[in-house]
Ligand binder design. Sequence first.
Ligand SMILES: [Zn+2]
Length: 450
Amino acid sequence: MNPTKISRMSAAKLSVCFDMVISKNWKSHGTTTTTTTRYTCDCLPEMKKNLKYNIQLSLCNNGEQEGKITFASCACPAGKGPCGSCKHIAALCYALKEFVRLKTLFETCTSRLQTWNQPRKRKLDSQSVYEIDFSKKIYRREERNNAKPLNDPRRPSERNNDPKNVNRELLDKIKRVKPNCGFFCLLSDEKLDQNKNDIISPIKEHPVSLTDIFDRAKIIKRNLVGSDQERQNIALATKAQSNCQAWFEHRRVRITASQSKRALIKPSTSPTKAMKEILHYNNQYQRNKMKQGLKDEKKIILEYENKLDCKVSETGFVISQSHPFFGASPDGEVDGGLVEMKRIFTDGLSLKEAVCKRRICRDTCHGLVINRNHKFYYQVQQLMLCTKSSWTDLVLSDTVNLIILHVRKDKKFLSDIVPKLEKLYDNHISLELAYPRVYYGLARLSKLIN
Ligand SMILES: [Zn+2]
């Protein structure tokens, strides 16, 4: 057979031929007798991947008839012996011929890497992005000098060609929002005093023993205590309230005034749900809702100022001096007292009807009187505890009308609720802060202990 014939064969037949050899299942072992040599081999079919065809082939090995096929059979449907003539037998014949020519089992072209499409070797060194020319190159008619730089979509005033300055600005912005984020720590040369800012340091080793957790809880509670100066600084720094990160950080570890009533649960009730709310696990940052609330609040403050002809000043997060695990963010301060705004949705009722229906106050012969069992009462009392103010104006408004309830500090009421709140903080909240389990959806630690 002429080797050129192999290349003339159709692709289907060739691939069969090569499959057989690639498979290495070719166990061609000749047994020489006086007249014929017998070959057996396995051939993998082209399409049916789970089959193997056994081929038997006998060739004359001497005399005039040398090379003549005396017997051929294949397991495929077309290869019935003794005169089988299927493509698998043909493939074996071509493979034998190639074996004779090369004196070895040959590698097919499909099992080698292609050799005709060799990439050129490029000698380029790495470059900084500033050195790369991104301008569009113009070839042919126009001259290369006319190449225009890439269009800069920024306004001319914002085009800053000094990367160091840009980086500086970016890092400053990050520092304002979240100074302990990894990006800042990696890129900035500034060393932040981490321990000073963090009330809770990360747990360093596992497993943690119960004594360790109790110790940590104690340390956390101790870290809440700050000097007068520190508490004043926090109050000043958090005036932007929900617009500043520090406000969230300091609020996170304390019982805030708005959660005061929520924290007072019956001893028989599981505190897990209340804990989740106090630690803001469920709705950590409802920023959009807060934004709308803040907008309405600004409006209500203006109306209050007009009505009473006074000036309300902003306040930040105030931490109680006597009970540092309490915090409060009053809406404003006025003439030695506090102002707390509440946006009331009236649902078609008058404002007075709406506040009575929601049991915020009762309508008596002396006018509206605040309900001492409503959460707003607990909230304003805790506000006064933290700020040491003696009165609060609770302003209820539907943004059009105002109801102002003048609430005095109720020392008896506070002396009743404060020990209960402290107990909840010690028994449940500080443990969760020291070793968060509820946060990760596990049973609270205090439950496991009892
Ligand atoms: Zn066959």
